[in-house]
Design a binder for this molecule. Structure first.
Ligand SMILES: C[S@@+](CC[C@H](N)C(=O)[O-])C[C@H]1O[C@@H](n2cnc3c(N)ncnc32)[C@H](O)[C@@H]1O
Ligand SMILES: [Zn+2]
Length: 277
């Protein structure tokens, strides 16, 4: 059953071969790579919202080197434990970017014979085009996380990795008892990059737990922390270019970083699990 809703009239969408249509005949054709764009132009605050092509390609090249695989493995273990012996699970990866983690989750559940339907949504069209070009067994949608084109109470899991969090909208699409899983950067994440780029080290980081209170029960925190050596200047550059540091770093600091051919970095991320009550 299709759980998507029409972004124009909010009626249910039905999928028919390569297009989606509601009972009022609003029709949305799939792009040739296999995604659908349900982001209405009157919802957009800029022409190309979300991560741009350069960030998407840098992230894809970096993630495919496997340095962050342990994050994916830990997340997938948590989800598998949560699912238990349930089947027919609906999962949304919101702010999925180019779909690296979404795809590994799908592979993992498939290998475990868990029957699931996985949707990846991002506001970045470049992100979704990239994802749909590479990974074919996921439903890829361009849309905003603040206005998700999914019917109320239809998802078992919403996963939000390093992306914008809208707890009220996620609560709307989650079933009662459904889980929101956020993955966010911890205090020491990439501290070595900050040490090279900035004169003065600022240890700021964001815990989503302070904002996800209303309508959720807090379940657990799993911290993933390890060090890994980047073995190529290209990997250092790709990592830097996929982070928001790209927009706000001093030129001389970036030059210092890009002159390195190796760098040991700390990965420190928090996986938080919330249950919709
Ligand atoms: C740091 S990236 C993370 C991508 C992916 N989850 C990952 O971890 O590799 C943040 C992503 O959130 C997307 N994003 C930002 N604001 C969004 C919004 N309001 N709705 C949906 N996606 C959004 C960006 O386009 C970008 O792809
Ligand atoms: Zn409609």
């Amino acid at each position: 059953m299709c759980i998507l809703k029409c972004p124009v009239c909010q009626e249910k969408l039905k999928k028919n071969d390569k297009s989606y249509r509601c009972k009022n005949n609003h029709t949305f054709d799939m792009g040739k790579q296999g995604y659908v764009n349900l982001h209405m132009s009157n919802e957009k605050r800029s022409k190309n919202p979300g991560d741009d092509k350069k960030m998407i390609v840098s992230r894809k090249n970096f993630l495919e080197k496997g340095y962050y695989k342990e994050i994916s493995e830990t997340l997938n273990k948590i989800i598998k434990k949560e699912i238990g012996d349930k089947n027919g699970i609906n999962i949304l990866d919101i702010g999925c970017g180019e779909g690296y983690y979404t795809n590994l989750l799908r592979d993992n559940l498939k290998n475990e014979n868990i029957n699931s339907h996985i949707i990846g949504i991002d506001i970045s069209k470049d992100g979704i085009i990239n994802a749909s070009r590479t990974y074919k067994e996921i439903e890829w949608i361009v849309a905003s996380g603040s206005n998700i084109p999914i019917a109320d109470e239809s998802l078992d899991y919403v996963i939000c990795m390093f992306s914008y969090i809208d707890p009220i909208e996620y609560k709307r699409v989650l079933k009662k008892g459904g889980k929101l899983i956020t993955v966010s950067t911890g205090e020491y994440h990439l501290v070595e990059i900050k040490e090279v780029v900035y004169e003065k080290l600022k240890m700021d980081y964001y815990r989503p737990t302070q904002d996800i209170l209303d309508g959720y029960n807090y379940e657990e925190l799993v911290n993933v922390k390890y060090k890994v050596e980047l073995e190529d200047g290209k990997d250092i550059k790709n990592l830097f270019d996929m982070t928001p540091y790209r927009w706000k770093s001093p030129k001389d600091g970036v030059e210092r970083l890009f002159n390195l051919s190796k760098l040991k970095i700390t990965i420190d991320v928090n996986i938080d699990v919330f249950e919709k009550n």
